[in-house]
Design a protein around this ligand. Structure first.
Ligand code: G3P
Length: 218
């Protein structure tokens, strides 16, 4: 799968989020793999109403149900509005271990396999895998996030090790993904997909980049 994280860039917030979601949606028509967009909370509803070919996921959720939980983001309520999944524990918004397990468990109960747990290192991936057993983990070295050196070119050996932790685990990789080659190498190393932000959001022609990346699955 191709997962595009909108983060909170100006280019992917508010009216721009909607515009970008529509562009990506057109680029994803007849896509050879699933395309997901991870949108900040305020823009989830407008984006989900505007797309047909991509799935919309949240950038985080909290381990709470309905009740007295000021400021939290409820997985069930997100789901009821057509949002199919979520990222959890992105390195720009990590969860404390005490909260991480409960968040993964609740998100997986609500969203099943559209729960993508982010991990910043091999060691943390092992811990997440052993303790909480999520279906999908996205390995993203924080020092490469937002840069021009991709995880697949800088850390191919670590990607291989991460993929080998457990055969049934589905691994995505992210950080610095900018080219079709980055995506192809990631898939060749055993990842089921990539998580990308600036390479699409900040591109002069985001739709062209999405179409280019999707060639990796053809
Ligand atoms: O969640 C994706 C992200 O952290 C990678 O960001 O800008 O390096 O593609 P970027």
């Amino acid at each position: 799968m191709l997962v595009i994280n909108f983060k909170t860039y100006h280019e992917s917030t508010g009216a721009n989020a909607l515009l970008l979601a529509k562009l990506i949606d057109q680029a994803a028509l007849n896509a050879p793999t699933e395309v997901l967009i991870a949108v900040q909370a305020l823009d989830l509803e407008s984006c989900v109403r505007a797309v047909k070919n991509v799935k919309v996921i949240a950038q985080t959720v909290d381990a709470v149900g309905y009740g007295a939980h000021t400021g939290h983001i409820l997985p069930e309520e997100i789901k009821s509005r057509g949002i199919v999944g979520t990222l959890i524990n992105h390195s720009e918004y990590p969860k404390a271990d005490a909260d991480l397990g409960a968040s993964i468990a609740l998100a997986q109960a609500v969203f099943q396999h559209y729960t993508i747990v982010c991990s910043p290192s091999y060691q943390k991936t092992v811990e997440i895998e052993r303790q909480w057993d999520p279906d999908k983990i996205a390995f993203e070295p924080p020092e490469l996030i937002g840069g021009d050196i991709s995880v697949s070119s800088a850390q191919p050996d670590i990607i291989k090790k991460v993929v080998e932790i457990s055969p049934q685990r589905q691994i995505l990789v992210g950080a610095g993904v900018k080219t079709l080659e980055d995506v192809k190498v990631s898939l060749d190393l055993g990842a089921i997909g990539v998580l990308v932000a600036s390479g699409v959001v900040k591109a002069a022609d985001p739709a062209a980049v999405v179409k280019e990346f999707l060639k990796a699955w053809k």
